[in-house]
Design a protein around this ligand. Structure first.
Ligand code: SF4
Ligand code: SF4
Length: 134
């Protein structure tokens, strides 16, 4: 198991549990998942679909795409609903892929102060509804 958090300059992800290339390779790019993905249906862009995000993960893993504010925003738009997992005929473990990727984004992408505050507020309110009810 890899545990170092030293940035991997070859890939853009650090070495602590990057998205597994074997799981990425299970995607055959058929596009069946697109119709059930809410972020794709609302935003209409390939990079905001499961298939597009898997492309991005692969590109960042291979060093062809940089992990930066532009690429990471497409991971941020994923709702984590996992509709794509049940739709996928190839059994792609998108849940494991996005979990690994989110940790990478959190470790390696600086957030602006307003964004940090908003995320803190959301994390505080959503898991415990009663905390914000009164
Ligand atoms: S994630 Fe599954 S359904 Fe979506 S493009 Fe890849 S193989 Fe097809
Ligand atoms: S988990 Fe993300 S990629 Fe999968 S269907 Fe939901 S919003 Fe789309």
């Amino acid at each position: 198991m890899q545990t170092s958090t030293v940035p991997n300059l070859d890939t853009g992800f650090d070495r602590q549990n990057p998205p597994d290339p074997k799981l990425i390779d299970a995607c055959v790019h058929c596009g069946f998942c697109l119709s059930t993905c809410p972020s794709y249906r609302v935003l209409g862009t390939e990079m905001d679909s499961p298939r597009g995000r898997i492309y991005l993960m692969d590109g960042i893993n291979t060093g062809e795409i940089e992990l930066n504010a532009t690429s990471s925003q497409h991971f941020d738009t994923c709702l984590g609903c996992l509709s794509c997992v049940t739709t996928c005929p190839s059994g792609v473990a998108y849940d494991q892929l996005i979990e690994a990727t989110r940790s990478q984004v959190e470790r390696n992408q600086e957030r602006s102060l307003p964004e940090k505050l908003l995320r803190k507020l959301i994390l505080r309110c959503f898991p415990i509804p009663i905390a914000c009810a009164g």
